[in-house]
Design a protein around this ligand. Structure first.
Ligand code: IPM
Ligand code: MG
Length: 357
């Protein structure tokens, strides 16, 4: 029997609650599909700042490096908001992504039929939407140097550098084309090549890589147009490949097609150990209240099985279980419509576990 070592980083806010539900489902899937999960917890984000004084202690990095996969809840909260930049919880997240070389962030935005009416957009616009955003995660303006705040000519200036090496663009484009081959064979590359030099290089390199993928249709969009097209006609997209900052923004936008940020999973791969986290944040306002939607975390567990542990059957079974509970009318508060029974975080987890049987 395969046994997998998972380093679990519950983090802050609703992180621990949704992680508990995801683990519940992983154990249930293990029983059904014949693998076992061994977990080790580690600190990140605000929880790490409180306990160890830094957002990403070295011991956490070590525990992550020796795992088969890393599962993360969410980080951040008002308590740590006023700390200097490099001491904030968010810094821990950026550092662990970098430390694991998890450069390819896969963020699917799929509209489940049962949730079509939970979106603020018209049903005919969102029904059937199935997009995969491939976001470059360890480069671009998030990490570019120089960056800082200083005085120039008597004025305070703030600056960051959006920089991509050819190699970084090549490898993320490769991931996008490979993903498209498993889907509908279309890639849209998103940048701002009409203004930014870094985007001109991005377009040039993606175009070059596409020569190795003649079976995949490549198109290019400027990011402002892409933001508009996502709302106007999201069904035109299959795979979207883009840089770190644009991917951050567009993935939040795409989440709203699906009704709730509480539905979206993600996988960050490319290095030796993958990092798996729901797209949503720590939702401090509902933390500890057993109200959070655990479905993003549960869907993230499915992505971990697929992209981190090669347990494809179990991954598909979890996704089917999510679909089933949604079809059965199970809702958490964020996706509830009038008249629906609202389940708590743990009840939703129980329902998915039961549906897996
Ligand atoms: C995300 C988040 C993070 C990001 C923050 C919390 C650093 O918004 O995962 O999308 O910007 O990457
Ligand atoms: Mg974000």
């Amino acid at each position: 029997m395969n046994s997998y070592k998972i380093t679990v980083l519950p983090g802050d806010g609703i992180g621990p609650e949704v992680v508990t539900e995801a683990l519940k489902i992983l154990y249930a899937a293990g029983e059904k599909f014949g693998f076992s999960i061994e977990t080790e917890e580690a600190l990140i984000g605000g929880a790490a700042i409180d306990a160890a004084g830094v957002p990403l202690p070295e011991t956490t990095v070590e525990k992550c490096r020796r795992a088969d996969a890393v599962f993360l809840g969410s980080i951040g909260g008002p308590k740590w908001e006023n700390l200097p930049h490099h001491q904030k919880p968010e810094q821990g997240l950026l550092e662990i992504r970098k430390a694991l070389n998890a450069f390819a962030n896969l963020r699917p935005a799929k509209v489940w039929d049962a949730l079509v009416s939970a979106s603020t957009l018209k049903p005919e616009v969102v029904k059937g939407v199935d997009i995969l955003i491939v976001r470059e995660l360890t480069g671009g303006i998030y990490f570019g140097k120089p960056a800082g705040i200083k005085i120039r000519d008597g004025h305070k200036i703030g600056f960051n550098t959006m920089i991509y090496q050819e190699g970084e663009i090549e490898r993320i484009a490769g991931v996008a084309f490979e993903m498209a081959r498993l889907r509908n064979h279309r890639v849209t590359s998103v940048e701002k090549a009409n203004v930014l030099d870094v985007s001109q290089l991005w377009r040039e390199v993606v175009t070059r890589v596409s020569a190795d993928y003649r079976d995949v249709e490549l198109s290019h969009l400027y990011v402002d147009n892409a933001a508009m097209q996502l709302i106007r006609n999201p069904k035109q997209f299959d795979v979207i490949v883009t840089g770190n900052l644009f991917g951050d923004i567009l993935s939040d936008e795409a989440s709203m097609l699906t009704g709730s940020l509480g539905m979206l999973p993600s996988a960050s791969v490319g290095g030796d150990v993958g990092l798996f986290e729901p797209v949503h944040g720590s939702a401090p306002d509902i933390a500890g209240k057993n109200r959070a939607n655990p479905l993003a975390a549960i869907a993230t567990a499915a992505m971990m099985l697929r992209y981190g542990l090669q347990e494809n059957q179990a991954a598909a079974a979890i996704e089917n279980a999510i679909e089933k509970v949604l079809t059965d009318g199970c809702r958490t508060a964020d996706i509830s419509e009038s008249g629906a029974t609202v389940l708590s975080t743990s009840e939703m987890g129980d329902r998915v576990a039961a549906a897996l049987e």
